[in-house]
Design a binder for this molecule. Structure first.
Ligand code: 5AD
Ligand code: SF4
Length: 470
């Protein structure tokens, strides 16, 4: 398996920044400051990528808008994980044909995982002729060059060549929030779970250097960020490709040693790589939030094997037991797929048993969606959609009752929470997150925004907690 990491040289990034400045000279000549509309689908990794696209756009002289009609540039950062996400993107991109008819000077760009798929890019080329630029995650660092070409020449650009992937440092960032921040620590995935498109579209695992990660976190803390999430498809295998290997637990400890009052979160973890050392590090690092997102996908060993997950149900449950022994109040969440090809209802019931045993605080539940080019897409899949849906509903119902019980146990307690936003529900003033990342809606003064404050929990339902500032 390809393990060497291609690092994009500083010289190459500088060239992209110089192209940003050339575009900025062109945008400065426009009568009004041109605006960009950036829309993001999918996971936090995509959110983090969009923050870099915004960083480049700002340097090119663009402001930002949430209205497609007034945008000079539209960027849609897409997700390929399930068919539903892809259909939504295609529907929205299709509708842009009317917007562009009203504003022919508009530049429409599509990027992200879906654009790395050749069949999607072919479809855009043939049937979505109003799209000017298509590029996959590997080409993101070259975004200024693409925009410069579109500004100065006629034609469309398609850049989604398959590659193992690279690391680019020094791309400017415009973050969406000033309390919580994402920090990518690695890119790509080597696991090739048989249902998953990610390794095909995001390339092989490659780790950023610890010094780059630590200096980014130090800067975020200096800017006042309070909640920092270390991101990667499989953070537990961080560092395996570094010249001076450092594992994820060591990195976590080094981030924890940065002075300041802030919380550290991380996602996603793979059960096969989640070690006792990680659990001990989580327990001993006071800034690491007591929460673990540990996807188990399915509770039956035969299904886990055809999914190529490389762990058994027993091994998974042993790890959860070890973690709970070290951190009794650990908040646990997971991803589950229902209706993997060939999964019987009896096998699905093993998934329900895992829920009952672990008692997750929350779950991300999905119905299996075939992805072109993955091994699972060509496996026999005899179960009807109705039967899968019935199983899915049983899963959601069971989890709802567990979440409701777990949330009810907070009532009467006072919890130190990070006040992270204004509530969109008129009955409450603010939103906050417990250290375990449970959502709290609360009453209290907006001055508390961005602070860690004690919150008295007075109510709960299956989705969230309710309370008041102490
Ligand atoms: N169908 C349904 N769910 C999927 N996931 C990944 N690929 C698929 C697919 N083809 C889910 C997994 C993963 C989460 C990010 O998305 O549960 O952990
Ligand atoms: Fe996909 Fe598996 Fe990699 Fe997660 S670990 S991104 S599910 S291949």
């Amino acid at each position: 398996m390809e393990r060497t990491t291609t690092v994009i040289s500083q010289e190459n990034i500088d060239r992209q920044l110089a192209l940003c400045d050339q575009v900025a000279q062109l945008t400065a000549q426009e009568a009004v400051k041109p605006l960009a509309f950036v829309d993001t689908y999918g996971c936090q990794q995509n959110e983090a990528d969009s923050e870099r696209i915004r960083g480049y756009l700002e340097r090119m002289g663009f402001g930002f808008t949430k209205d497609e009609e007034e945008a000079r540039i539209i960027v849609i950062n897409t997700c390929a994980i399930r068919e539903h996400a892809e259909q939504k993107v295609l529907g929205n991109v299709g509708a842009l044909v009317h917007v562009k008819r009203r504003h022919p000077e508009q530049i429409i760009c599509l990027c992200g995982c879906m654009m790395q798929e050749q069949h999607v890019s072919d479809k855009i080329r043939q049937s979505f002729r109003h799209v000017d630029l298509v590029f996959g995650p590997h080409a993101l660092w070259r975004f200024p060059e693409f925009i410069h070409t579109l500004y100065t020449q006629k034609g469309r650009i398609f850049q989604n060549a398959d590659e193992a992937g690279s690391i680019a440092e020094g791309i400017p960032v415009v973050r969406q929030d000033n309390i919580k921040a994402w920090v990518s620590i690695m890119y790509g995935c080597n696991n090739f779970c048989s249902y998953c498109i990610v390794p095909y579209v995001r390339g092989r695992e490659r780790s950023r250097k610890p010094e780059d990660i630590l200096s980014e976190v130090r800067q975020l803390v200096a800017e006042g960020y309070k909640d920092i999430t270390l991101l990667g498809q499989n953070v537990n295998s961080y560092g395996k490709d570094l010249d001076d290997p450092m594992d994820f637990s060591d990195l976590l400890k080094a981030v924890n040693d940065i002075p300041g009052d802030f919380l550290i979160r991380f996602m996603t973890s793979h059960p096969k790589d989640a070690t006792q050392k990680l659990f001990e590090t989580m327990a001993s690092c006071e800034k690491v939030a007591p929460v673990l997102h540990l996807p188990f996908q399915a509770g039956n060993d035969r299904i886990l094997q055809v999914m190529n997950r490389r762990h058994t149900r027993e091994q998974y449950l042993e790890k959860i037991k070890a973690l709970k022994a070290l951190i009794p109040d650990i908040v646990l969440t997971s991803d589950i797929i229902v209706g993997f090809p060939g999964e019987t209802t009896e096998e699905f019931e093993d998934t329900l048993k895992v829920l009952e045993e672990v008692r997750y605080d929350a779950l991300f539940t999905f119905i299996y969606s075939p992805r072109v080019g993955t091994p699972a897409a060509s496996m026999p899949d005899p179960m009807s959609r109705e039967e899968k849906l019935a199983n899915f509903n049983r899963l959601v119902q069971l989890q709802d009752s567990i979440s409701e019980e777990k949330h009810a146990a907070y009532i009467g307690k006072t919890v130190r929470c990070l006040i992270d936003g204004k509530s969109d529900d008129a009955r409450y003033d603010l939103t906050a997150r417990t250290p375990g990342n449970r959502l709290v809606r609360l009453t209290g003064d907006v001055c508390a925004l961005g602070q860690f404050r004690d919150v008295r929990i007075t109510g709960a339902n299956k989705w969230s907690l309710f309370g008041e500032l102490v």
